[in-house]
Design a protein around this ligand. Sequence first.
Ligand code: GUN
Length: 289
Amino acid sequence: MENLLLSKPIKEKRTVELAQEVEKLLKGGIIPNLKVILVGHYAPSLIYTRNKKKFIESIGAKCEILHLKESTSEDELKNLINQLNLDHLVHGLFVQLPLPTHLQKIDVGNLIVNDKDVDGLSSFSFGNLLNGHRGDHSLIPCTPKGIIEILKYYKIELTGKNVVIIGRSAIVGKPLSLLMCNYDATVTLCHSKTKNLKEHTLKADIIISAIGNPRFLTSEYFSNNKEQVVIDVGINHDEKGVLCGDIDFDRVQPLVKAITPVPGGVGPMTILGLAQNLILAAKNQSEKK
Ligand code: GUN
């Protein structure tokens, strides 16, 4: 359909560019190298990390998944991170979330050195967003980075637009609200305690949902003037096990100017953002030497 914001053409274009960047680094003796720490057996994380590795390798860079057992202790995890922080052959490092319950109090973003924080979850990365960065030269969280890529590719202007973000997670909603602000949008950050959510979404030019609730946003949340742009970050399974986003896609798509599908919208952009961060991290580290 005409109004779909698909990630496929963006990923294809950017993959070629990233492979060229990797080739340049290889010529300079640098092999961009990502380490992924995966703890336990949470099924979606097994799939996500495998997909990340596959894409990183497809552009010619290195990626290893370090799969630790469910019962890994806090000290074991911290020691591994420290060891990788010090390894000059490692340019990027992240811990796949969620961690098993007994490790969830650990602030992993801040255990990883700033230069290698390809997830953009450290206080340093958040500080950069507060200082107006747009992620061109510094590491910012991958999903917000991917959403900006979609909007740029489809020439959707952000300056002066009313953007409503639903979901205040540290990985999507909060950093995205700062990033959109840095692109001169007027941002409203809504969440589970927001009153009259509809009042916000009905007035928005761009609605971005990252709540993780299958088809939560039904047609009543949208204005039916074919002017609104909708970005769906949700990756959910409904009661029948069908993959779906936060938006009731079939009913909302005819009402809006443009919408990302699930799958094929934001999901692949997160992986692209990670690869872009890895290359940026490798370049930044090589320039420091
Ligand atoms: N789990 C789901 N998405 C992500 C992500 O972008 N980074 C990490 N570290 N864990 C995740």
